[in-house]
Ligand binder design. Structure first.
Ligand code: ASP
Length: 308
């Protein structure tokens, strides 16, 4: 018997503070989220796999310049864009990830190529780009990835750092995109893609491409895609911690994810959130930040979007 599909996506916890959010901007984000949900939903509605659904949804989010991944990625201190992405298949825990890549239009496709075309899980820099070339992926030049807002965010950050007035406006600092899904066969998958943190040092890698930190999927428990202060998510191995509590301590997805995000993360000063789906199709989207760009849909119900 087939099961109703579920899908959730996020556009990162780096949301604009409420005071700066105009109704027009809010509408723009909601439209972008609804648009990005569609390719994933379409795959699932025609009986496709959770893996293809999360790939399609994350690629759509990467193409959307409002979010920090692919086109619209943030800049390093040196003014470059170094992107990270990961994907995981809950059927057998196969996984692929890339870190520190540029010029690849959709880093999530490169992560999937690592999973499907190599014996490795995580590849960086030039080696990762070579796999993307072998897989025939699309490449773009710097002009494609550039957005004025992200460039100004870098300049503002560097200026504030120099004058000792650095604030913690999340919309300037970070962001990420991700998707989790359960298909009609009951299989789970997760995918995450990011430009990382604004003004990061060249070579810095966050939690998104680290399996078990920002991305994880296992049919026996859950699929998770995270967003937030990557260093904190890595130190807690957030996604795998949720899996472990479900597997070893019989916690439900809601219990495990809520405890990790609302309690553990705060203890080490980490801000952010995640989206997760369990083997029974239930979903949870907790965050301890001001907001998280997000959208979700359970088969047979209307899709929903939210920011705060
Ligand atoms: N977690 C991402 C990173 O640390 C950033 C974010 O999600 O906001 O690279």
């Amino acid at each position: 018997m087939t099961k109703p599909f579920s899908i959730a996506i996020h556009g990162g916890a780096g949301v604009m503070p409420r005071r700066d959010m105009t109704p027009e901007r809010e509408a723009g984000y909601n439209v972008a989220l609804s648009r990005a949900l569609e390719p994933g939903k379409a795959v699932l509605s025609r009986g496709g796999s959770a893996l293809d659904a999360v790939t399609g949804a994350v690629a759509a989010l990467e193409d959307e310049p409002l979010f920090n991944a692919g086109r619209g990625a943030v800049f390093t201190r040196e003014g470059n864009q170094e992107m990270d992405a990961a994907i995981m298949d809950g059927r057998d825990r196969s996984a692929g990830a890339v870190a520190g890549v540029s010029t690849i239009r959709n880093p999530i496709h490169a992560a999937r190529a690592v999973m499907e075309r190599t014996e490795h899980v995580l590849m960086i820099g030039a080696g990762a780009v070579a796999i993307a070339r072998e897989a025939g992926l699309v490449f773009e030049d710097d002009r494609y990835f550039f957005t004025r807002d992200r460039w100004e965010a870098l300049q503002d950050t560097l200026r504030m750092e120099a004058s000792g007035t650095l604030d913690d406006d999340p919309s300037r600092r970070h962001g990420t995109v991700g998707a989790v899904a359960r298909d009609r066969q009951g299989n789970l998958a997760a995918a995450t893609s990011t430009g990382g943190m604004t003004a990061k040092r060249s070579g810095r890698v966050g939690d998104s491409p680290i399996i078990g930190a920002g991305t994880f999927a296992d049919n026996a428990t859950c699929a998770v895609s995270a967003t937030g202060d990557g260093e904190a998510f890595m130190r807690l191995l957030v996604a795998h911690e949720i899996d472990a509590r479900m597997r070893l301590a019989a916690a439900t997805l809601v219990q495990a994810a809520t405890a990790v995000v609302m309690s553990d993360l705060g203890v080490i000063g980490g801000s952010g959130g995640l989206i997760a789906v369990a083997g029974d199709g239930s979903m949870v989207l907790p965050f301890n930040s001001d907001g998280m760009y997000r959208a979700w849909c359970i088969e047979g119900r209307d899709p929903e979007t939210a920011i705060y």
